[in-house]
Design a protein around this ligand. Structure first.
Ligand code: SF4
Length: 343
């Protein structure tokens, strides 16, 4: 039996046309990788075929903009690697590029089943949040085009302090079944936009049945809403409640997967938070990195932390901003880790 069910490499191939306020990519970052370099990385990554049933690749930033995306997808498949079945995109290439139909078909032919798309409010608010004029119109049009060719669409509707009404209208208006209200994860950039983070009071104004709108990757819908204010998390931690269940997927205990994220050729052990570096794509063997299940000091500390101690040391009892428990632990750790260490 192979060691892992799935392995994923989040690979940077392109910058992004947008500058979303919650994004894990620092602004003004445009890291284009020529196809020949991407091919070399895929050759190297294909060494993991012996340790996993499914090596997968997540093309991050904005993959539809990559000039040779069709060739890249074909090469990926030839190597026995598949893109993750849901492509996260703002769809710009599906609208702005002449060969958009061929690009969508190439994603479908190589295993992509649906798109993961994000909206931040009505047209004006969305464009401002995304830092790209015309973004709202492009995303809606890209979704239409992709659906017409056979992809399904999932919508993430990210809540801020200022967009609640807009989001509820959007939730009702969007024709697709798969849609959720969400709060941004705690990236380095989003932490700085503290002035527009939503509070529990504001979330409670939305509806008396928030479970209808939110979902959790960890819990089935029937369980109570798992996003809470920092204050509520602190109370729970200090009472010694078992917090592990908020971090683990109990339903899939036999399932073993691992994901590493590459940025600037550095490899990080936390997806979408380039804090804990575990290796370098140019120097290290990807297979070894996965096999050793290499964790940085930060991640080990994160996993072994006693939530009650963290809450006591770093929790801000007065904060009623809303978080996922996973995010709040990261935020607490960020308060005492030197994040540049090891970079
Ligand atoms: S579209 Fe995605 S990758 Fe681009 S800036 Fe927004 S969140 Fe980041």
């Amino acid at each position: 039996m192979k060691k892992f069910n799935h392995l994923t490499l989040c690979l940077e191939i392109m910058g992004c046309n947008q500058k979303c306020k919650h994004c894990y990519i620092p602004d003004n970052k445009n890291k284009f990788k020529p196809l020949k370099d991407v091919k070399l990385i895929l050759d190297k990554y294909s060494e993991v075929l012996s340790i996993t049933e499914k090596p997968r690749i997540y093309l991050h930033d904005e993959p539809t903009l990559y000039p040779e995306i069709i060739e890249l997808l074909i090469y990926t498949s030839k190597k026995g690697i598949k893109p993750v079945p849901t492509l996260s995109t703002n769809g710009v290439g599906f609208v702005k590029r002449d060969n958009w139909k061929d690009i969508i078909s190439a994603f479908i032919d190589n295993g992509v089943k649906g798109l993961n798309m994000s909206l931040f409010g009505n047209k004006d608010y969305h464009d401002k949040f995304a830092g790209f004029k015309g973004s709202y119109k492009i995303i809606r049009e890209a979704a239409k085009r992709a659906k017409a060719l056979g992809l399904w669409i999932h919508w993430n509707l990210f809540l801020t302090k200022d967009n609640i009404d807009q989001m509820l209208s959007l939730y009702k208006e969007l024709p697709d079944k798969s849609k959720v209200l969400s709060i941004p994860g705690s990236t380095n950039k989003w932490i700085k936009w503290d002035n527009i983070h939503i509070t529990d009071k504001e979330i409670n104004l939305i509806t008396k049945t928030p479970e209808k709108y939110f979902y959790s990757q960890k819990f089935p819908k029937s369980k109570s809403l798992y996003i809470k204010s920092e204050n509520e998390w602190i109370e729970m931690c200090l009472k010694g409640q078992n917090m592990k269940k908020y971090l683990e997927n109990e339903e899939d205990s036999d399932y073993k997967s691992m994901c590493l994220m590459e940025q600037d050729y550095n490899i990080f052990d936390m997806t979408f938070n380039q804090i804990f570096k575990v290796g370098n794509l140019l120097k290290d063997s990807l297979k070894e990195l996965y096999l050793n299940e290499k964790c940085s000091r930060g991640l080990t500390e994160f996993n072994n932390s006693d939530p009650a101690i963290l809450a006591k040391k770093y929790g801000d009892k007065n904060n009623n901003k809303v978080y996922y428990f996973e995010n709040i632990m990261q935020t607490w750790l960020l308060k005492h880790l030197n994040i540049n260490e090891g970079l």
